[in-house]
Design a protein around this ligand. Structure first.
Ligand code: BGC
Length: 348
């Protein structure tokens, strides 16, 4: 395996160094991850003509990643998605969480795992490079109980594959539901909207959202709805349908319940020939079609535009009305949380 690993110091904040770790293989496959929030800034793959381009949405400069208003590429925790009104109860004790997604909590609160500077260890194996990111989240940080030890592993394989493992262990019963918040766009360097790309998801039900975008606790069959991706469908085909759930999300921003199979998600861009498969052990994927872009400059010189990226947030069901699905995010004292999600890229 011929591989280049480059570490670049990008900035010092609060006496901590923000470093990018760039892994580049001889075939052009390149992955770049920051110790800040474990943010994936680059996944470079060839299109059908061999052009190497970035297939994740990213900012132009590090300052924007420090703010990261849309959580580009970041590790999300302790909990992904919204928690209804920021109210949780664990072992009979109530906790009030920050309502940073007014009136709900979102993506772990005011300072989620996306804003932590993680310690990084690098390991090299025969056909892959491993970046292990470690950090802690202290008892009552963001008002969640329990000291939490965290490790996120990115195993980057030469043959266009990234295996992610999220691990956590707490000294008190708490909530953990982690994910990655990359916005994919297979056109390369964010050239075309993701409504041009085809999606297939092995999912028969989504979680119904109320008007404020949290789950009601009900499931809706995808049959005859814009959420039916059981057969490959153009993302743009029904994204603006006259459908209540679509209107609530202003597009896709819903938890799709995944069938217990392998390779549940497939994204296909016919024009570039790039394809991507996601395999996860998680129950759900929240698919977010970038319905609300921020106003920050991207690496390609443009500002983000609506629907120029799509997130596949593999996770447990988000916590909705009446704390529905809270049990899916509970981590008992001393037990180990593990979630595994694999991204595979290829050309057709
Ligand atoms: C959420 C969206 C939110 C976006 C950026 C997504 O994971 O589902 O509702 O707008 O993150 O914060």
């Amino acid at each position: 395996m011929v591989m280049n690993l480059t570490k670049t110091l990008l900035k010092n904040i609060d006496n901590k160094e923000i470093i990018s770790y760039n892994v580049r293989f001889d075939n052009g496959f390149e992955v770049e991850i920051l110790n800040l929030g474990g943010i994936i800034t680059k996944i470079i793959t060839p299109d059908k003509n061999g052009n190497l381009e970035n297939i994740v949405v990213g900012y132009k400069d590090i300052e924007s990643y420090i703010q990261n208003p849309s959580y580009f590429g970041a590790i999300i925790g302790r909990t992904s998605g919204r928690i209804c009104e920021g109210k949780i109860s664990i072992d009979g004790v109530d906790y009030d969480l920050a309502k940073n997604y007014n009136p709900h909590q979102g993506h772990g609160g005011d300072k989620g795992f996306n804003s932590k500077i993680w310690d990084v260890k690098i390991l090299e194996e025969e056909n892959n490079v491993i970046l292990k990111l470690y950090t802690k989240s202290l008892d009552m940080e963001e008002n969640y109980p329990g000291n939490l030890d965290l490790c996120v592993t990115f195993k980057i394989y030469e043959d266009y594959k990234i295996e992610q493992t999220y691990e956590a262990i707490s000294d008190k019963t708490t909530l953990v539901n982690m994910t990655n918040h990359s916005y994919f766009n297979l056109s390369g360097n964010i050239k075309r909207p993701i409504t041009d790309e085809y999606l297939k998801v092995d999912c028969d039900y989504i979680l119904e959202l109320d008007e404020t975008c949290v789950p009601t606790g009900k499931k809706i069959s995808v049959e005859n709805t814009p959420f039916d991706f059981t057969k490959e469908m153009l993302i743009g085909e029904r994204i603006d349908d006259n459908n209540k759930q679509i209107q609530i999300g202003c597009g896709y921003d819903h938890a799709f319940i995944l069938n217990d199979t392998k390779n549940q998600i497939k994204l296909n861009d016919i024009i570039s020939g790039r394809n991507m498969i996601i395999d996860t052990d998680q129950d759900c994927v929240v698919i977010y079609s970038m319905n609300f872009p921020d106003d920050v400059e991207l690496y390609n010189g443009n500002k983000t535009q609506r629907r120029y990226g799509i997130c596949f947030e593999t996770q447990a069901a988000p916590i909705g009305r009446n704390m529905c699905f809270i049990e899916d995010s509970l981590l008992n004292k001393g037990e180990k949380y593990i979630q595994k999600t694999i991204y595979k890229f290829f050309v057709n």
